[in-house]
Design a protein around this ligand. Sequence first.
Ligand code: FES
Length: 102
Amino acid sequence: MSGSGFSLYLSNPLKIKTLVSLSPIMIDGTGMCGSCRVEVGGETKLACVDGPEFDGHQVNYELLMDRLNAFKKQEKEAQQLFEDEEMQKCRMKEDFERMEFE
Ligand code: FES
């Protein structure tokens, strides 16, 4: 259980008002990209438009985590490509040398 998950686990039965900030899931912050879409109290919200703070007991974390993990495989592949030294080499010089000029 994450730190915030544990806090919610403790605060819910005690009826302690608990706000969570969903700003980390925002990308453009303009309401245009939809990356921060979240279900709160059964309603669809955008963290950047309607939040970013929400009642922590009303957020559908299961749906949120599913969405955050939707592209995990592609993100991992992209990270591996980024870290690959061969991929980081500049190929412009090789391309330039292959070009024929008259
Ligand atoms: S951050 Fe893009 S829609 Fe909210």
